[in-house]
Structure formats: C-alpha cells, structure tokens
Write a protein that binds this ligand. Structure first.
Ligand SMILES: Cc1cc2nc3c(=O)[nH]c(=O)nc-3n(C[C@H](O)[C@H](O)[C@H](O)COP(=O)(O)O)c2cc1C
Length: 216
C-alpha cells in the first residue's frame, strides 16, 4: 500500500494534500515512512479528530438549544412596494420603558439588510395553523415567492406589512443593531401593536418541530 492510498483510506487525503504535494510518483511504502511523513499522518489524523469533535459540539449545542420551546414570528418590512418577511423564532422582549423587543437575524439572510435599513418593521406572532406559512417564509429568493403563492390574501397593508390571521403583531421603529456572532441583534421600539384574536392559539417550535399548546 502506498502512503497516498494509506492516507486516503484513513480519510485525511484532502487535508494532507493541502499541506504537501503527495502523488503516486512520490508514493512510499508505510514501512519507509520518514519522520516528516509520519508527522504529517499524525497531523492529518489530529485535524480529522478536531473537526469531528467540533461537529459533535455544534450538534450538541443545536440539540440543547432546540429544547428551549419558543413561539414563531415572521418579521416583515416593505422592500420598495413589495412586502417581504422572514421566519424568526429568536424573538424576545427587552424593555418596558421604552418598549423594546429584539430579533436575531442571520447576517446571510436576505432580509437582514432590509430590516437593518428599514425605518420600521413588523413582528407577526403566528397562530397554531400557520406552520406552513412559517416554512414558506423560511425559503430563500424565488423559492420563497413560489411557496407564498398558495396563500391568498396574505397581507394586511399597514405602515408595515402585517400577516392576516396571525395572533398579534407589533410595529417597531428601528432602535439599534448589535453584533452577535454570525447573527445580528436587531432591536426595535414598539410604536404600535394589535392582538388580532384573544382566543387564537400560538404556533410553537420545539426540537425542530412545530407544536401546539396543551395544558401543563
Ligand atoms: C421555525 C423557524 C425558525 C427560524 N428562526 C430564525 C431566527 O430566529 N433567525 C434567523 O436568522 N433565521 C431563522 N430561521 C431561518 C430563516 O427563516 C431562513 O434562514 C430564511 O431562509 C431566511 O430568508 P431570507 O434569506 O429571505 O431572509 C428560522 C426558520 C424556521 C423554519
């Protein structure tokens, strides 16, 4: 077996090849591994182990966070004449005086720039029946436009776009944007709000699935 085959078999070929140019013409038998090749092999195995450990840590982080049950919102703003929105579960009240709320938006989200730039944006609290709508607003670009086609009479026109049949909505004035790793924390000052239906049940999100309330 050549060194290259050995490295490939262990699954570190792509990392090792980035470090030195190893090919069949320079292949060596395992018994003739030099100190440098052996070091390289160990380094490759080390990198592989580190990546695997990081992946496991991220999975564990996601799994634990998913055990925090939340409601589901769609954060909306006008993009020119057109209403746009993005599904967001990372919503929280911040302050009563002044009345501030926050949403955490991925910096790669198309809607991030829109929300960061908009003077006003809406936060729509979804009802238990609006799971399909939450999924549609989590699509990107044309897929989102397509996915939203099946929902007739979706919007109520106000100073911000509001979703019909949601439980409640808040109208926020841009207050601040803070750094938050790969997300941005967008803070809004609530300048208007409406409870659409006191009896309506909220949509919940827990362990990567939509849920409904049941009495504890
Ligand atoms: C239930 C649910 C909750 C979500 N919560 C958030 C969130 O809190 N923040 C966020 O940035 N994205 C969240 N997303 C993902 C965005 O909706 C998704 O990235 C969307 O594609 C972004 O669309 P845009 O690129 O048009 O803005 C969530 C998605 C789902 C289905």
């Amino acid at each position: 077996m050549t060194l290259l085959q050995m490295i490939d078999q262990i699954g570190i070929g792509k990392y090792a090849q980035n470090l030195v140019d190893i090919d069949e013409t320079h292949a060596v038998a395992p018994e003739s591994l030099t100190g440098a090749s052996f070091y390289l092999l160990q380094l490759g195995v080390g990198i592989e182990a580190k990546i695997s450990q990081m992946t496991q840590e991220i999975d564990a982080y996601r799994r634990v966070l998913s055990r925090f049950a939340s409601g589901v919102t769609v954060v909306t703003a006008y993009r020119g004449q057109r209403a746009d929105g993005v599904t967001v579960s990372a919503f929280s009240a911040v302050s009563l005086e002044p009345p501030l709320v926050l949403v955490c938006i991925g910096e790669e989200s198309d809607c991030y720039e829109l929300l960061a730039r908009s003077e006003q944006f809406g936060i729509n609290v979804l009802s238990a029946e609006q799971g399909p709508l939450a999924l549609a607003f989590s699509q990107v670009g044309d897929a989102k436009t397509q996915a939203l086609r099946i929902f007739p009479n979706l919007w109520i026109d106000e100073s911000v776009p509001v979703l019909a049949n949601c439980v409640a909505h808040l109208v926020c004035r841009h207050y601040a944007v803070h750094a938050g790793g790969d997300h941005r924390i967008v803070v809004g000052e609530v300048i208007d709000l409406r409870l659409h239906d006191l009896q309506a049940e909220p949509l919940l999100y827990f362990a990567s699935k939509f849920r409904r309330l049941t009495p504890a």
